[in-house]
Design a protein around this ligand. Structure first.
Ligand SMILES: [Zn+2]
Length: 90
């Protein structure tokens, strides 16, 4: 049994738990999630809000913080495929 845990550690742990619960509560209330951008060069955390109409928007929109990142990744994948194809045809 360790009785020597300083109060400040207990308090920090407690306030961290409270903060994280509060954040979770706010995120649930607003119906948003924190996601990390799937773009290799970005990887920024962003708030993602589930579209109201789930049938309209494709789910993979949720992977990127912005249209720019989505487009950049698609573009990069395309170039990569093209390069690979060019190599294979040699
Ligand atoms: Zn991004």
């Amino acid at each position: 049994m360790n009785q020597d845990v300083p109060d400040v550690v207990v308090q920090t742990a407690l306030s961290y738990t409270q903060t994280s619960t509060l954040t979770d509560a706010i995120l649930t209330l607003l119906d948003v999630e924190i996601k990390r951008c799937a773009d290799e060069t970005c990887q920024k955390e962003f708030l993602f809000q589930e579209p109201l109409s789930k049938t309209r928007k494709p789910r993979n929109d949720a992977q990127y913080c912005s249209d720019i990142c989505a487009r950049r990744t698609v573009d990069r994948a395309y170039k990569r495929r093209k390069r690979k194809k060019a190599k294979e045809s040699l």
